[in-house]
Ligand binder design. Structure first.
Ligand SMILES: [Zn+2]
Ligand SMILES: [Zn+2]
Length: 347
């Protein structure tokens, strides 16, 4: 059996991740084997490495769900692709395919959905097996190290452009300047938001600078400043839209405090903490609370186009590139806030 090196989470314990030899996947009908060109590290990969995730993990599992590469081998029944094609892969590695959600293109919320990197082996390896329905061709002009960021772009697009309607001039607040919060900031900016306020902690100074580069008009360090006062100064009734992209459950209370009556809170960040929150402001303010999870085919096509044209400034969030054996520093750099996003280049 041929093997390859892969970044594997082998147990549900802190730091139970290592580079180990695993079999190169065998493909069947309707599947493709990709030579991984780039795989970006997600906050969720870092959570799994610390065993602080809020989703079930099927250990042992190869990490990595933000990836792209070259089609190395195709099973039967994969129309539209050829060996050698440059592609990105969606993340819904397994769906039922028959429920009403799957049949109407909303397979991202199929109850049977399993994603790469926690339910199914992911792409922090030289080779990864994907169902052909996950593939999207990418233009030659789009380098792998940016194409792999399609997934977090798709998360942000789904949150801010599908599950939220932003009109030009809407007051938008983004809580949490992590990779998803920053990309939500960019999507809000592209949608015409303004003022566009991004809030983070004292340790987020560098990330808040990046938020400005991506289109934020104001940034707030909530450890030093009163976010509610900043928002009320700009918009006395509160923000039209608040995006909660933090990994802290108590941020919802802040979101409900600063949203305007009849506004919307879009929650894309999640956390294992279960905490009591007063949700009465939802009723009193006639506020919509909208969760946002994952993404589907048209969203991917759109973000690939946006990244390729450079309008999302995707390069601004990549702070570290490393070969696969450098995975640990790539994870630590994100965990410690040294970089916004790390990219592994297995080839
Ligand atoms: Zn991700
Ligand atoms: Zn389904």
């Amino acid at each position: 059996m041929r093997t390859q090196a892969a970044v594997v989470q082998y147990a549900l314990a802190p730091l139970a991740v290592e580079l180990r030899e695993v079999p190169i996947p065998e493909i069947g009908d309707g599947e493709a084997l990709l030579a991984v060109g780039a795989v970006s590290v997600c906050g969720s990969d870092v959570h799994q490495a610390h065993n602080t995730q809020s989703w079930p993990v099927n250990v042992p599992v190869v990490l990595g769900h933000e990836f792209c590469g070259t089609v190395a081998k195709l099973g039967r029944g994969v129309p539209g692709f050829r060996e050698g094609d440059r592609v990105v892969s969606e993340t819904a590695a397994e769906i039922c395919g028959t429920c009403v959600l799957c049949r109407t293109g909303r397979y991202n919320i199929c109850p049977a959905r399993k994603g790469f990197g926690y339910g199914i082996d992911g792409a922090m390896a030289q080779w990864v097996k994907v169902p052909a329905r996950c593939l999207h061709a990418i233009p030659d002009s789009l380098p792998f190290e940016l194409a792999c960021l399609s997934e977090p772009h798709a998360v942000a697009y789904q949150a801010m452009c599908v599950n939220t309607r932003i009109r030009p001039g809407d007051v938008v607040v983004v809580l949490g300047p992590g990779p998803i919060g920053l990309l939500c900031t960019k999507m809000a900016a592209l949608s015409g938001a303004g003022p566009l306020i991004v809030a983070g902690l004292a340790r987020d100074t560098e990330r808040l600078k990046t938020a400005r580069l991506l289109g934020a008009t104001h940034t707030v360090n909530v450890d030093a400043e009163d976010l509610n006062a900043v928002v009320r100064d700009l918009a006395p009734l509160g923000a039209d839209i608040v995006c909660d992209a933090t990994g802290a459950s108590n941020a919802l209370a802040m979101a409900l405090r600063i949203v305007q009556p009849d506004g919307q809170v879009t929650k894309v960040g999640w956390s294992p903490d279960v905490i009591p929150t007063d949700v009465n402001p939802l009723v009193h303010g006639n506020v919509r609370l909208q969760g946002s999870f994952s993404h589907n085919y048209p969203v991917w096509e759109r973000v690939i186009h946006l990244i390729d044209r450079g309008v999302t400034q995707a390069n601004e969030i990549v702070g570290l590139k490393a070969p696969l054996p450098g995975w640990r520093d790539a994870f630590d750099a994100m965990h410690e806030g040294r970089v916004i996003k790390s990219v592994l280049l297995p080839a």
